[in-house]
Ligand binder design. Structure first.
Ligand code: IPD
Ligand code: CA
Ligand code: CA
Ligand code: CA
Length: 275
């Protein structure tokens, strides 16, 4: 196994186990533990338990690597000495989880450099939807897979028959701005989906369930694994002007469609993205 494949195996195994854990907890009933940035932005006991489980397992397998997880954040993170950091969303799509909508996932990615999408190099990532038993995986230069089957982004789709995905921030004022921008895009695309999990949105671009996706204001853990999976499936994953995707803006699609999406977002005054 090459170094990246070994990392991918670790990400895949631990994401699958954490997926089983959150599924079991979901069947037992969901308990909201707290609200975060707003009342809409909840965290359940399962989010915390899943993160703790993943962290312990990673520490055991890779004691020299850093760790950044949504529920423990920067303060609870570990820097490590190897130059690699594991970036973890223990449940991406918590609101779906709360409502038992089968579109949530465990997302685990490993990056070289600072755990910041603007500068990191993602090496491997796994996104597991435990309800559907769907395991999306990718390693840098090694392609993207869904349950072992190679993935390829949809190519050459005209905007009027392209299905677009996006998401919204938990902050009311930002959601309204985001909705206004989306309203202006609706006339150009076939339709829009708000799946409710950024990781699965990006994997959906990889698998062809979406033709394009964009979102502003994501966190590193929302995008790390999914962005690598989309890119390895042949999508262009970027911010404006070919710059790397950031927490300010991520777009993913086949290159010509991404160019159309970018032009429309710029026209909507998205040059300063809504974070
Ligand atoms: C959220 C989901 C959602 C996206 C939000 C994220 P969470 O993550 O990925 O699709 O629109 O921006 O915060 O809170 O469910 O892990
Ligand atoms: Ca998330
Ligand atoms: Ca989460
Ligand atoms: Ca959350």
């Amino acid at each position: 196994m090459t170094g990246h494949e070994e990392l991918l195996q670790i990400a895949t195994d631990i994401a699958a186990e954490a997926g089983e854990l959150i599924l079991r907890r979901r069947r037992e009933g969901v308990e909201i533990a707290a609200s975060k940035s707003s009342v809409e932005d909840v965290v359940t006991r399962a989010d915390r338990e899943s993160e703790q489980f993943i962290r312990d397992r990673l520490l055991e397998a890779r004691p020299d690597d850093g760790f950044l997880g949504e529920e423990t954040g920067k303060e609870g993170g570990a820097t490590g000495t190897s130059g690699l950091t594991w970036v973890v969303d223990p449940i991406d799509g918590t609101v779906n989880y709360l409502y038992d909508i089968p579109a949530y996932a465990v997302s685990i990615g490993v990056v070289e450099g600072e755990p910041d999408p603007a500068t990191w190099t993602a090496l491997a990532g796994a996104v597991v939807n435990p309800v559907l038993g769907e395991h999306y995986t990718a390693s840098r230069g090694g392609g993207a897979r869904l349950n072992g089957r190679a993935l390829e982004v949809n190519r050459g789709v005209a905007p009027n028959v392209a299905l677009l995905g996006t998401g919204f921030s938990y902050t009311a004022s930002r959601r309204m701005e985001q909705a206004a921008v989306l309203g202006a895009l609706l006339g150009t695309f076939r339709d829009v989906r708000r799946i409710g999990s950024a990781a699965l949105d990006l994997c959906s671009v990889a698998s062809g369930r979406l033709d394009a996706y964009y979102e502003s204001g994501l966190k590193p853990w929302d995008q790390v694994a999914g962005a690598l999976i989309a890119a390895e499936a042949g999508a262009t994953v970027a911010g404006f002007d070919g710059a790397p995707a950031t927490t300010q803006l991520i777009m993913a699609a086949d290159a010509p469609l991404l160019a159309v999406l970018e032009r429309l977002l710029v026209e909507q005054g998205f040059a300063t993205p809504i974070g």
